[in-house]
Every structure is written in structure tokens, then in C-alpha cells.
Design a protein around this ligand. Structure first.
Ligand code: CA
Ligand code: CA
Length: 245
């Protein structure tokens, strides 16, 4: 089943409301360090031209095929059939404590949107992976990657397909938590991810879905946000806040 994520009336309400709950919340989130409403178009529709400082892994992992499209004022991310890795749409964002707020829509029951926080200068993990919040139509997952499965030696062992010890299995189970939350396909939701010291809290439509603590969340420099999309997802009105003042 596929349901298109329509804008229309909802967008008018979103922009027309005087003081929305989102705006009231935003004041508490800290200093706005990045915002994108994706209300623009590519100069060349055949090319991937998100602009505003965004980059993707389409060249390195999908033979340069387009995997991100500006359409009807939103960012549509979709994996190309030749890709050998989930689509990664990245933007610099430096903070220790902070928040990411966005609207998203999943068009298929299997679709997933991941918010990956990275520090490429951190060499004790694979590819800078610090932590990840994953939203599917069934649940939200919060995971510490820095002291979990992306820790370099652990990642190398997994890559080499070495057997995982019971001790490691138990340790990894303490690094992630799943919170059931059913979502409808074709419907827009407001997502808020707040990071405060070793705690990550996720809310959908202003209601808390889950909260989880792990040492990796307290990493002093999140330097980059990567939207990780294994299939498809639509994103709009993305804001990043730093709360380090
Ligand atoms: Ca377009
Ligand atoms: Ca928009």
C-alpha cells in the first residue's frame, strides 16, 4: 500500500496559525542553528540539487543516481535500485546538547526514517557514528552507536562476520531501546528529538514517545546530522537547535 504525502490544506494551517505549539516548544529548545523549509526547486530537475548546505551519498553509493528530490515544498528521499547502502542526506550541525525538529511522512508501511548523529573526527567509531533515532510505522528506536555497535573493534568484528559473544550481545542490548508507536502511512507527523547530556527524548506530535539514557549520547561534539533512509521518506520544516549556552 502506498499513500502519497499530500500537503495542501495542512500546509496552509501550518503556516497560518499565529502561535503554534511547535513555536512555543521551539523557544525552550535553545538557539536555532539551522532551518530549512525546502520551499524551492532544482535548477535542473534531473539532478540532485538540494542546496542550502546539504550533501548526500548518492555519488559514492548509488552511482550518482538521484535519490533526493525537492517536490511540493518538501524533501523526498528515495533509494535508487543500484544503491548498496541506505540513502544518507547530511548537514553540518555542531552542538553537545540540542534538538532536531522536523515534519515527516512515510508513504509505505515498510518505510523508515533515521536521524543519525555523527562526529567524523571521532576515530574510535566507524564513520563517525554516535547515535541514531529511527522512526518506522510501528516504533521509535533510540540507540547509542558510539559505545555500542559502531565502536571500531566491534564494528570490524561484525564486518568480518566473527561470532558475537554472549557478553557482547548482552552489552549491545543495553545500548538501544524500542518504543512502540504506530504511525499511519500518508500522514504528516511532527518529530522532535532532544538531546540533553546522556539522555535522548523523542516526541511525536507534541507527545513523548520515549526517553533513553546511554553514555554515547553525551558525546561533546555532534558535528553532523544524517537523515538515513533505507527505502523512502518525506521530510519538511527541519530545524536544528543548540542548547549549549
Ligand atoms: Ca524536484
Ligand atoms: Ca516546505
Amino acid at each position: 500500500m502506498k499513500r502519497l504525502c499530500l500537503v495542501g490544506v495542512f500546509a496552509a494551517l501550518w503556516y497560518g496559525a499565529p502561535v503554534t505549539a511547535e513555536e512555543a516548544t521551539a523557544e525552550k529548545l535553545g538557539k536555532l542553528i539551522f532551518a530549512d523549509d525546502f520551499n524551492r526547486q532544482e535548477q535542473d530537475e534531473a539532478k540532485e540539487e538540494i542546496g542550502n548546505g546539504w550533501g548526500t551519498n548518492s555519488k559514492s553509493r548509488a552511482g550518482g543516481h538521484k535519490q533526493a528530490d525537492l517536490r511540493e515544498g518538501a524533501l523526498h528521499i528515495y533509494i535508487h535500485e543500484t544503491a548498496d547502502h541506505a540513502v544518507s542526506v547530511r548537514h553540518d550541525a555542531e552542538f553537545r546538547n540540542g534538538a532536531v525538529q522536523l515534519r515527516f511522512c512515510l508513504e509505505n508501511p515498510q518505510d523508515v526514517l533515521g536521524l543519525n548523529f555523527a562526529d567524523l573526527k571521532l576515530k574510535s567509531v566507524h564513520a563517525g557514528h554516535l547515535m541514531k533515532v529511527t522512526v518506522s510505522t510501528r516504533a521509535v528506536d533510540i540507540e547509542d552507536l558510539k559505545t555500542g555497535k559502531m565502536e571500531l573493534e566491534r564494528w570490524k568484528a561484525r564486518k568480518a562476520k566473527q561470532p558475537v559473544s554472549e557478553q557482547t550481545r548482552k552489552l549491545l542490548a543495553t545500548k538501544r531501546k524500542r518504543f512502540p508507536r504506530k504511525l499511519k502511512v500518508g500522514q504528516w507527523y511532527a518529530l522532535l528529538v532532544e538531546i540533553r547530556n546522556d539522555q535522548v527524548r523523542v516526541s511525536i506530535d507534541q507527545a513523548k514517545v520515549g526517553e533513553f539514557s546511554a553514555p554515547g549520547f553525551a558525546h561533546e561534539t555532534k558535528r553532523m546530522l544524517r537523515l538515513s533512509v533505507p527505502k523512502q521518506a518525506v521530510v519538511d520544516d527541519l530545524k536544528i537547535f543548540s542548547n549549549d549556552g
